[in-house]
Design a protein around this ligand. Structure first.
Ligand SMILES: NC(=O)c1ccc[n+]([C@@H]2O[C@H](COP(=O)([O-])OP(=O)(O)OC[C@H]3O[C@@H](n4cnc5c(N)ncnc54)[C@H](O)[C@@H]3O)[C@@H](O)[C@H]2O)c1
Ligand SMILES: N[C@H](C(=O)O)[C@H](O)COP(=O)(O)O
Length: 334
């Protein structure tokens, strides 16, 4: 029986998503990628590949079951909404196409028709203009799965580091108020379980970053560490989770420190994403933990300014496809 494929959404069609999916297909053998297909946009995908100078035969398919069979000779694209390829020029029609593609890929995963979904980069402000009410794709996919947004945990993963932001798309001014013992405990448990189930780590080591400089310097620069973070860590340790901290965040990502943990639970978006993107931008994957489906995405965004120029690196997209396949294999044995 052919393997169950992955569904990939286009992302914003004016961004780098389509050309990087085309490049991933070209590199399917050298990079040993699992079969995937794109949800919608057959003409657009062909145009994106052409402009990047890639010879990619596009096969329009009418059912996901056809994807694995034709993947070796053509890039399968599920028949559906399409559009003109206008790299670097986002518009309303493109945002609608991005949303339709994401919705269909997610539906197929939720219905168990595909092994997982790889979401192309969307532009959140453009999507909001066409009725997307979620802070990001993480929360959209969570809702489609019937999972509370807080229980869908964003992890960024690269060859050198894995990080999880405790608070995500929250203004910096609101971060301290959003941190609670319950949130640290809830996300800590989800991270520990997911690294076991989907990443094959028997006893994942979690390092928790402090919020304040010098981990609060014994209360002189904030007390969230002693009041909220440390008690939650203690309770998780009592449950048998290998978790430690809170550690001053400035030293946590130094090379020697990185060897002491499998994932860093960080307090806010940039605390988690800056080290990851500094070290692993071209191979960084955004993966959602705690879902009944597998969902990954490249760590980068739409990069409108370089879309269609051939400058965009396909490494993160390729890593996202490979990671979705690896997680699916561990979880479903496909
Ligand atoms: N996976 C996702 O859906 C995802 C991830 C991150 C950001 N975003 C969204 O993307 C939009 C733009 O965000 P941004 O400008 O902060 O980040 P961005 O990642 O689009 O761009 C940041 C910088 O990195 C460069 N870059 C991005 N991808 C690259 C690649 N593959 N190869 C080479 N260079 C690359 C860009 O040219 C730019 O200089 C925002 O709406 C943001 O929310 C989406
Ligand atoms: N915070 C993510 C990043 O910078 O990589 C990005 O905004 C994607 O978020 P979603 O996967 O929730 O769209």
């Amino acid at each position: 029986m052919p393997p169950v494929p992955l569904a990939a959404s286009l992302g914003d069609p004016a961004g780098v998503g389509p050309e990087l999916l085309a490049e991933a297909w070209i590199r399917r053998e050298t990079d040993d990628l699992p079969p995937f297909f794109v949800t919608g946009g057959a003409q657009l995908m062909a145009a994106a590949a052409r402009l990047r100078g890639l010879s990619v035969p596009v096969a329009e398919i009418f059912h996901q079951a056809e994807a694995a069979e034709c993947f070796a000779r053509a890039l399968p694209v599920l028949a559906g909404p399409d559009g003109d390829y206008a790299p670097g020029r986002p518009d309303r029609a493109g945002a609608e196409l991005a949303l339709a593609s994401l919705t269909e890929a997610t539906r197929l995963a939720v219905d168990g028709e595909v092994d997982g979904v790889v979401t192309g980069p969307i532009h959140k402000a453009r999507l909001a203009e066409v009725g997307f009410i979620h802070p990001g794709q993480t929360e959209f996919v969570a809702e489609a799965c019937g999972v509370q947004p807080g229980d869908a945990v964003m992890m960024l993963a690269g060859p050198h580091l894995r990080t999880v932001p405790l608070t995500v798309h929250v203004a910096l001014a609101e971060v301290a108020a959003a941190i609670s013992e319950a949130l640290v405990e809830r996300k800590g448990r989800i991270v520990a379980a997911a690294l076991k189930r989907d990443f094959g780590l028997d006893a994942p080591r979690i390092a928790v970053a402090a919020l304040n400089p010098h981990a609060g310097e014994e209360g002189r620069m904030g007390d969230e560490e002693a009041r909220l973070i440390a008690p939650a860590i203690e309770r998780l340790r009592a449950e048998g989770i290998a978790i430690d901290g809170p550690f001053a965040a400035d030293g946590l990502f130094a090379p020697r420190q990185r060897e002491t943990f499998d994932v860093a639970l960080c307090m806010y978006h940039d605390q988690a994403l800056i080290p990851l993107k500094a070290l692993d931008f071209d191979q960084g994957v955004n993966v959602t933990l705690g879902l009944p489906i597998i969902r990954t995405s490249p760590d980068h965004g739409t990069a409108f300014s370089i879309a269609g120029t051939g400058k965009a690196d396909a490494g993160a997209m390729i890593a996202a496809i490979r990671m979705a396949g690896d997680c699916a294999q561990r979880r479903f044995g496909n």
